[in-house]
Design a protein around this ligand. Structure first.
Ligand code: FES
Length: 84
């Protein structure tokens, strides 16, 4: 469980807790984290309430959200991938 302020971004809450690895690259397996922090790079994708590929830097926190990091998620650039 992470305590944070409702309305701040998921990224801000995770960074405040020292969490830097958000997922693992789908091809290389390398750890991925925040990069642009403005919604352009998609490096910060996490799973929110069962929906993969949510950008942590753009998604505001709500009470009771279920957020998972450390997964390997499909690239939003590959054919058939679902963009959030
Ligand atoms: S850090 Fe680039 S989209 Fe979130």
């Amino acid at each position: 469980m992470v305590l944070a302020f409702e309305g701040e971004t998921i990224a801000a809450a995770l960074l405040a807790q020292g969490i830097r690895t958000l997922r693992y690259h789908e091809d290389t397996g390398t750890s991925r984290g925040f990069y642009c922090n403005i919604g352009h790079c998609f490096e910060c994708r996490v799973t929110v309430d069962g929906i993969d590929g949510q950008r942590a830097c753009l998604t505001p926190l709500k009470n009771g959200m279920d957020i998972h990091t450390g997964r390997t998620l499909p690239s939003p650039l590959k054919k058939g991938a679902h963009l959030p």
